[in-house]
Design a protein around this ligand. Structure first.
Ligand code: ATP
Ligand code: MG
Length: 274
């Protein structure tokens, strides 16, 4: 890692923008995150400014809340706009909540700059508890009706895919939006194009509710080996999906909390009797 990133470090030292841009294009966001804490503040800023926008958003989404708030305050406006556009809605809602705590005025201005639909979705998401399924989910799922044929779904996917968090699972909902089934992309691709969704969907869907605790969400995903879990509201209406990347973050958080709890346990002073 260090060796693959050393040309990058060198370019940062030299302030060679063109070289930096070329190197950054080839650098995976995770590799940047791995060395993030070792980078000088100024270099982080340069990296976040020069990265292609999708990579910048991925790095940004994984930064601590305070740092996110700081960058939304200080990065060039065009980059802030790109970040807000690129972030998935759950990450966007989290970032705006972070800003809200530090600078409510900026949060308001950033929200006003969002398109109305995105703003409404973000406001919706920020109503949920942070440590429950509602606070982890994103509404960028793909949902279809059971009367659709496989070929209609595939045509629909082609349009929906760019904005969806994942297209590997397709959820089936009724006219009221209630979750009725699920099928995988593989189920879809191997089926005859004329088949109805109802015939190939799995009607026994494992799901969370918006108020399901995040640990329970993680456990469900681990037990069933799912990378995505649908989330429904109190009426059974599909409102979002939680993806495994967000759950891994949860597990990390919970493990850290447990370690801190363990460390905080008072060990009674040992009294030795002679
Ligand atoms: P591959 O394993 O190669 O990725 P696959 O079609 O087997 O492809 P899986 O992810 O293994 O995909 O999913 C297996 C089945 O699990 C799919 O048929 C899908 O309908 C079902 N499934 C996915 N999510 C849920 C869920 N939340 N509840 C119940 N079943 C689900
Ligand atoms: Mg499988």
């Amino acid at each position: 890692m260090e060796t693959t990133l050393s040309p990058l470090r060198q370019a940062l030292q030299e302030g060679d923008t063109l070289k930096l841009q070329r190197l950054l294009e080839e650098t995976h966001p995770q590799d940047l995150l791995a060395v993030w804490d070792d980078l000088e503040g100024e270099h982080r800023y340069v990296v976040l400014t020069l990265l292609p926008k999708d990579q910048a958003a991925e790095v940004f989404a994984n930064l601590p809340a305070e740092e996110q708030a700081e960058y939304l305050k200080t990065l060039p406006p065009w980059r802030v706009r790109e970040l807000l556009e690129e972030l998935s809605l759950d990450d966007l809602a989290d970032a705006l909540q972070a800003v809200e705590e530090e600078d409510p005025d900026l949060a308001r201005r950033l929200k006003e700059a969002l398109d109305p639909e995105t703003r409404a979705e973000v406001e919706e998401l920020t109503q949920y508890e942070e440590d429950e399924a509602g606070g982890l989910m994103t509404p960028e799922y793909v949902a279809v009706r059971e009367g659709m044929t496989v070929e209609e779904v595939i045509r629909f996917l082609r349009r929906a895919a760019p904005d969806a968090e994942t297209i590997y699972y397709i959820y089936v909902v009724d006219e009221a939006g209630r979750l009725k089934g699920v099928l995988s992309l593989r189920d879809l691709i191997v089926a005859d194009p004329k088949t109805k969704v109802a015939e190939i969907m799995n009607p026994k869907v494992v799901f969370a509710r918006t108020d399901t605790d995040q640990e329970e969400v993680a456990r469900l995903m681990a037990d069933y080996d799912f990378t995505v879990l649908p989330v429904v509201d109190e009426d059974g209406v599909l409102v979002g999906i939680v993806t495994v990347d967000d759950v891994l973050d949860v597990l990390e958080e919970e493990a850290t909390e447990d370690i801190h709890r363990l460390a905080a346990v008072d060990v009674p002073d040992l009294v030795y009797s002679q």
